[in-house]
Design a binder for this molecule. Structure first.
Ligand SMILES: [Fe+2]
Length: 189
């Protein structure tokens, strides 16, 4: 009989990864100084991840780094308004948890650190994974009353009008992705 299920090691890896992510999210949430429901809060993080997954399906961007970026890039905000260096603080926070709460190779961590620390600088030229992280965040600017434009995007897929409109509507509507509960185990009610 043909096996339809994935081989056990892959399922085990996935299960362990979900367990690891849930623990990591709890650590990040427990120290987050802003409102979970705020413009830089959990729904934003989840939309950034879903934007990133869409970009990663069309590029060689690294999904693991994108997921970590979605969690860390705004994790150290001290205000919902202009907050210089919050990206750098998020990158340093990731560095402090690396090796304990999550694992990443030196090369991959360098990409995560750079993506977090420079995500508000308006840059477009970078490694494809860093570009995917930045585009994922920029596609969700509608919540801050900013309309994303193709010229500010890094990747070809994020410059497509259809993608921008899809992400922009979700951002403006305050869409709350199901992954917040299904994958991160967070009940925001
Ligand atoms: Fe963000």
């Amino acid at each position: 009989m043909k096996m339809l299920l994935k081989p056990w090691p892959e399922l085990k890896t996935l299960y362990n990864r979900h367990k690891e992510m849930k623990k990591l999210i709890k650590i990040i949430i427990d120290q987050y100084a802003q409102s979970f429901g705020g413009v830089h809060g959990v729904s934003h993080w989840a939309r950034v991840l879903e934007n990133g997954r869409l970009i990663a399906r069309n590029t060689d961007a690294n999904l693991e780094i994108i997921e970590l970026f979605s969690l860390f890039h705004d994790s150290k905000r001290v205000t919902e308004t202009r907050d210089h260096n919050h990206g750098l603080r998020g990158a340093e926070f990731a560095a402090s948890l690396r090796g304990e709460a999550f694992q990443l190779s030196d090369n991959d961590f360098d990409l995560l650190y750079y993506a977090c620390s420079h995500h508000t600088n308006g840059l477009t030229d970078a490694d494809i994974t860093v570009q995917a992280c930045w585009d994922s965040d920029r596609l969700d600017l509608g919540r801050a009353l900013i309309t994303p434009v193709p010229e500010k995007m890094c990747t070809e897929i994020a410059k497509e009008q259809e993608i921008i409109e899809w992400a922009h509507k979700r951002s403006c509507d305050g869409f709350r992705p199901a992954l917040i509960m299904d994958e991160w185990g967070l009940d925001l009610k």
